[in-house]
Design a protein around this ligand. Structure first.
Ligand code: GLC
Length: 534
């Protein structure tokens, strides 16, 4: 049976505010995306995921939606959305829309109605509760952005729940009007030809019904109190019925549409990634640069999803985490490691999500505190820097104002010299990060049909990982010194400029990876033979 298009696909995440600005207001927009889609096609991706572009007061940069059926005027119009889809489909790129079902904006009509009167029926669509007798919040849950998960309503006596910012009140999924509305929202975008959804905070929609305090435990090691992590606030079983219904809706289109859940913990994946619910969830590899930790993390994600219908969705970056180049050591060291990490993950069975700018080797950008806009920074009074550093607009052209992103100052400032990473500057340079990404994605596409699902880890010295997938051998040197490995069989380089000799000795520079093709099988192939320190 042919595989559905999304199996093994490479997705490219577009952060709409920072991708490309078509009208010179310093803010990215939908026409900007449309006119730069060739970049994604040339990179070799199969699909894009666009972060929320709905009307929003931008308290969490689009993840606070005030109207799910419109486009934020800053980003364009519904016609611009249709134009984007049309162009993407011409280029054979699929498009995923970001759906935000856990919370609305406090400026959404529903919430405005809810707080307009103590007996307004829309209150049942959110979580309102009385404070404790001493005036404390209704329970001790905390917001992911810092502080309590409850705020007092503006006028009135009750408090409302928000697992994120106070401007993002959580919806009450126990109220049937809420699931019903989201089915309408899904159909609205699918009818406009969207190819699927990335579902924001996908495991959280239903909150435990009793809204009980989260118990404290005494940590046996430190002796300090800590929250009981087994006390489930979210992940309620009723959510699975919602996703079964969403899957039916997705399957009602031809070809079937795709559902990607924002769920990172591999222990949760098996519950949601099943044939009648979601197709994918993220396997985010964020460990420090250590061969053992990476192998364990890869194996945890692989073990979580076994079977022919699903595989891990490898991810190194998104708009919420420090950029991998910076995480992995910064500068040219971080860039080398990020390139190696890409090769290591791209060879594995499963899907891959890239985040805009990863292909340019962008680092986390620094900026003055006065420029920071992330609610995490604002709500923690600067204790946490927040996520602005990975959201700085993309550099497109060298020597142009604002690196060709916009003629106006961008909404987040670019560091000096940002244009050296511009797409245009890297496109023609064979040793650039962009060229590396293009080569690697092209090699993956070329080889993919020949590769079995099965992965055999090879015996390697400490600090080096290698696996075989049929004829493909992927080796990655995590060490800061070169590694020499002996590999049996006749070899050819599959991606990078040649690093393997036909002699079977593989020279891996520090912090690098290679893809090799075995053109002849080794004499004995038991997975133990292949690599030894030479
Ligand atoms: C998700 C988004 C993040 C947002 C949060 C609340 O984790 O990726 O950017 O702040 O949900 O919607």
């Amino acid at each position: 049976m042919p595989q559905p298009w999304w199996r093994s696909a490479v997705f490219y995440q577009v952060y709409v505010r920072s991708f490309a600005d078509s009208d010179d207001d310093g803010i990215g927009d939908l026409p900007g995306i449309t006119s730069h889609l060739e970049h994604v096609r040339d990179l070799g991706a199969d699909a894009i995921w666009i972060t929320p572009f709905y009307p929003s007061p931008q308290k969490d940069h689009g993840y606070d939606v005030s109207d799910y059926f419109e486009v934020n005027p800053e980003y364009g119009t519904l016609d611009d959305f249709d134009g984007l889809l049309e162009r993407a489909h011409e280029l054979r790129l699929k498009v995923l829309v970001d759906i935000v079902p856990n919370h609305t904006s406090d400026q959404h009509d529903w919430f405005r109605a809810a707080v307009s009167a103590p007996d307004n029926s829309f209150r049942e669509r959110y979580h309102f509760a009385d404070p404790k007798p001493d005036g404390a919040p209704p329970n001790n849950w905390t917001s992911s952005f810092g502080g309590p998960a409850w705020s007092p309503e503006p006028a009135g006596k009750q408090w409302y729940l928000h697992l994120f910012a106070p401007e993002q009140p959580d919806l009450n999924w126990w109220n049937p009007a809420v699931p019903k509305e989201f089915e309408r929202i899904l159909e609205f975008w699918l009818d406009r030809s969207a190819d699927g959804f990335r579902i924001d905070v996908a495991a959280a929609l239903f909150k435990r019904r009793d809204l009980e305090d989260r118990p404290f435990l005494i940590d046996p090691i430190t002796g300090l109190p800590k929250f009981d992590s087994d006390f489930a606030i979210v992940d309620q079983p009723q959510l699975h019925d919602v996703y079964r219904r969403w899957r039916q809706i997705a399957n009602g289109y031809e070809p079937a549409r795709v559902l990607v859940g924002e769920i990172f913990d591999p222990r949760r994946h098996a519950k949601y990634i099943v044939p009648d619910q979601l197709h994918m969830a993220f396997a985010l590899i964020h460990q420090r640069w250590d061969a053992g930790l990476w192998r364990r993390s890869i194996e945890n994600s692989r073990r979580a999803l076994q079977g022919p219908g699903a595989g891990p969705t490898w991810t190194l970056a998104n708009h919420d985490v420090v950029r991998p180049v910076t995480r992995l050591g910064g500068g040219s060291l971080g860039r080398c490691r990020a390139r190696a990490a890409l090769l290591l993950l791209l060879g594995l069975p499963g899907q891959v999500f890239l985040y805009q700018g990863e292909e340019l080797g962008l680092e986390e950008a620094d900026m003055p505190d006065s420029a920071r806009q992330d609610p995490i920074f604002l709500r923690t009074e600067g204790r946490l820097k927040g996520r602005d550093g990975c959201r700085v607009p993309l550099p497109w052209r060298r020597g142009r104002p604002n690196a060709g992103f916009s003629n106006a100052n961008p909404w987040l400032p670019m560091p000096a010299g940002w244009d050296q990473f511009a797409v245009e500057a890297q496109a023609g340079a064979g040793d650039s990060t962009l060229a590396h990404f293009r080569r690697a994605l092209a090699a993956r596409r070329r080889l993919w049909n020949r590769l079995p699902e099965r992965v055999d880890w090879l015996h390697t010295p400490d600090g080096v990982l290698a696996y075989a997938r049929g004829p493909l051998v992927v080796a990655c040197n995590f060490l800061s010194r070169p590694a020499r490995l002996r590999l049996q069989g006749r070899l050819e380089a599959a991606s990078e400029p040649l690093v393997a000799e036909k002699t079977g000795i593989l020279h891996l520079p520090p912090n690098s990876a290679a893809w090799l093709l075995r053109v002849a099988r080794p004499r004995q192939a038991d997975g133990r033979e292949a690599l030894t320190s030479a």
